[in-house]
Design a protein around this ligand. Structure first.
Ligand SMILES: *Cc1c(COP(=O)(O)O)cnc(C)c1O
Length: 369
């Protein structure tokens, strides 16, 4: 019987090292490795994760927003940081904290250059993003000439890299679409590089791009989910190690009889005598309401216990009929081995990314070396 010190997300930093070296072994020796630590490092805690990755030797970091990058700068992260989705109001802050923005529109290029000029910058490093089929952010390939013309008269900025993002790198049925994205990016990046007259960093692959498309590695890759142990495919998952285990404990055990209902709106009704336990975790911690009504099984003494009825903000109830449990005893929601975050998410129709990034600040992160 394992007693606990409360709800926590355990994060295994040795698994992070394993994943980092595994993913690096898949790319050419001279390609750079960018570690994506946006959204609190996919819920794992961006400061500790970035510090570990810096120690391991990552070449670059990426966040989505500037304030996420600033937090890293405030905690001894000195490697280059690229911001993938900077917002207009954050652009000036980039320059102050030596953060590289992805520029994804012509007006944004103009706005950023104006800030760089006002701050007396020369050759401030930027990355350009072109849309090649995801239809999210990015400039159209047709805008390349306009961009080049602008750059000629604006020495305050300098293109350090060019990127695009794959729409379906994890879905091999979309191979021909992806190959098309890769060749479009390749010719665009070459044209840009030729026109600039100096080498730039070309990057297009996320984790699944690294694992499925060798021809999309170019001279840098951007990996997020793979570092955290998931490869979007059982074949790749075999080689990666999840970092995170979500654990909580039982706060109360109660017995009820036939006809009694459990939780808000009375959506679970007992058919006979049963015992339930209350778990000290809820949707306020990131276990969303989608996991109610038995769509999640947690583990008590290694035995499965399904959720009963609606998930509350601070707690949910599980069926422990037949399990001799005690108050304070450990409840495992997901672990790094048999019952991973990926499995839990997929059982409820979502993905590991969403479950992990949704683990709230209220859940303490506990790091294992
Ligand atoms: C989030 C993100 C990544 C990382 O993707 P994974 O699938 O987690 O490896 C890479 N590039 C961009 C532009 C992203 O937004």
């Amino acid at each position: 019987m394992t007693m606990t010190k409360g709800t926590r997300l355990e994060v295994d930093l040795s698994a992070l090292a394993h994943n980092y070296f595994y993913l690096k072994s898949k790319i050419p020796k001279d390609s750079l490795f960018m570690s994506v630590v946006k959204a609190n490092a996919y819920g794992h805690g961006s400061v500790r994760i970035a510090q570990k990755l810096q120690e391991l030797g990552t070449d670059y970091f990426a966040t989505a927003y500037v304030h996420e990058a600033v937090e890293l700068r405030d905690h001894e992260i000195i490697k280059p940081i690229l911001v993938l989705h900077p917002q207009q109001h954050e652009l000036e802050e980039c320059i102050k904290r030596c953060i590289e923005p992805v520029i994804y529109s012509v007006p944004m290029l103009e706005a950023f250059s104006a800030f760089a000029k006002a701050e007396d910058q020369q050759n401030y490093p930027i990355h350009l993003e072109f849309n090649t089929g995801l239809n999210r952010i990015g400039m159209d390939p047709e805008e390349l000439d306009q961009v080049l013309k602008f750059l000629k008269s604006h020495p305050e900025v300098k293109v350090k890299g060019v990127q695009s993002h794959l729409a379906a790198s994890e879905d091999l049925e979309e191979r021909s679409f992806t190959e098309n994205q890769i060749s479009l990016f390749e010719s665009l990046a070459k044209a840009l590089e030729n026109a600039l007259g100096y080498p730039i960093i070309k990057h297009e692959s996320n984790t699944s791009g690294i694992l499925n498309y060798k021809n999309a590695h170019f001279n840098m890759v951007r990996s997020g989910i793979g570092l955290y142990g998931f490869g979007n495919d059982p074949v790749h998952d075999q080689h990666l190690k999840p970092l995170a285990s979500l654990k909580s404990n039982i706060s109360q055990i109660r017995s009820i009889g036939a006809g009694a209902t459990v939780s808000y709106n009375r959506q679970f009704k007992a058919e006979g005598p049963m015992t339930y336990a209350v778990v000290a975790l809820g949707h306020g911690d990131g276990v969303n309401r989608i996991y109610g009504h038995g769509r999640l099984q947690v583990f008590v003494q290694g035995k499965p216990a399904p959720t009963l009825g609606i998930i509350c903000m601070d707690m949910f109830m599980i069926d422990i009929t037949g399990i001799q449990a005690q108050v304070g005893e450990e409840v495992v929601i997901f672990d790094t081995k048999q019952h991973t975050a990926r499995q839990m998410a997929e059982n409820a129709g979502t993905i590991s990314y969403e479950l992990l990034t949704g683990i709230q600040k209220r859940v303490p992160r506990v790091y294992l070396p």
